[in-house]
Write a protein that binds this ligand. Structure first.
Ligand SMILES: [Zn+2]
Length: 193
């Protein structure tokens, strides 16, 4: 029995890089990331006419290696669950707009579910922690930091040998930014090489 999915598949959209020009390929990538974000404006660097040139060139040359690392983190999360408990998830690195105040996001409305991670906002040692948080949203199937999310996150922490969340001072407050990640000074510096 097949069930009609209301959301078209966007898988592989970021991989369309037909141009030989690195800047164009990088810009294509950023527009692909916009199409997968909860709000396209979450990837606003396309409007920064000065910074987008070095950022797009950097993306063209380095994004495959970065995304390979994120996919390894994603696989580590998958491995905490039985195959039948795993959801189909795609993950990409993308610079996220400062105004949204987020390091990563999970878009449950795409098929597969999309996780976008701003690898420039936290130190590389904490990329896994960021992926764990967003993966917990993907697994719980909810955007909020409630009971189902707490269950998924605690299971991931157990599987990946990370201290479980404390739920202090409140569950919502402690889960919102758990596991803790060390922020970088300048989020866009990483994206410019
Ligand atoms: Zn969250």
């Amino acid at each position: 029995m097949s069930r009609q999915n209301p959301y078209p598949s966007l898988a592989g959209k970021l991989l369309i890089t037909t141009s030989a020009d690195p800047f164009t390929r990088g810009l294509d990538y950023l527009y692909g990331a916009r199409s997968l974000a909860l709000d396209p404006e979450m990837v606003d660097v396309v409007y920064d006419l000065d910074k987008r040139i070095p950022i797009c060139n950097w993306i063209a040359n380095h994004i495959d290696a970065v995304n390979a690392e994120l996919n390894a983190c994603l696989q580590a999360c998958h491995d905490c669950f039985h195959p039948w408990q795993q959801r189909t998830v795609q993950i990409f690195a993308a610079p996220l707009a400062q105004s949204f105040g987020i390091d990563g996001l999970c878009n449950l409305k795409t098929n597969p579910i999309t996780i976008l991670i701003d690898v420039g906002r936290v130190i590389p040692e904490d990329w896994l922690a960021l992926v764990i948080h967003e993966y917990a949203h993907a697994h719980a199937g909810f955007p909020g930091h409630h009971q189902e999310f707490a269950k998924s996150l605690s299971h991931l922490c157990l599987g990946l040998a990370i201290a479980p969340p404390s739920y202090q001072p409140s569950m919502e407050a402690s889960l919102r930014s758990y596991p803790y990640c060390h922020p970088t000074q300048d989020p866009l510096a990483f994206w410019q090489g």
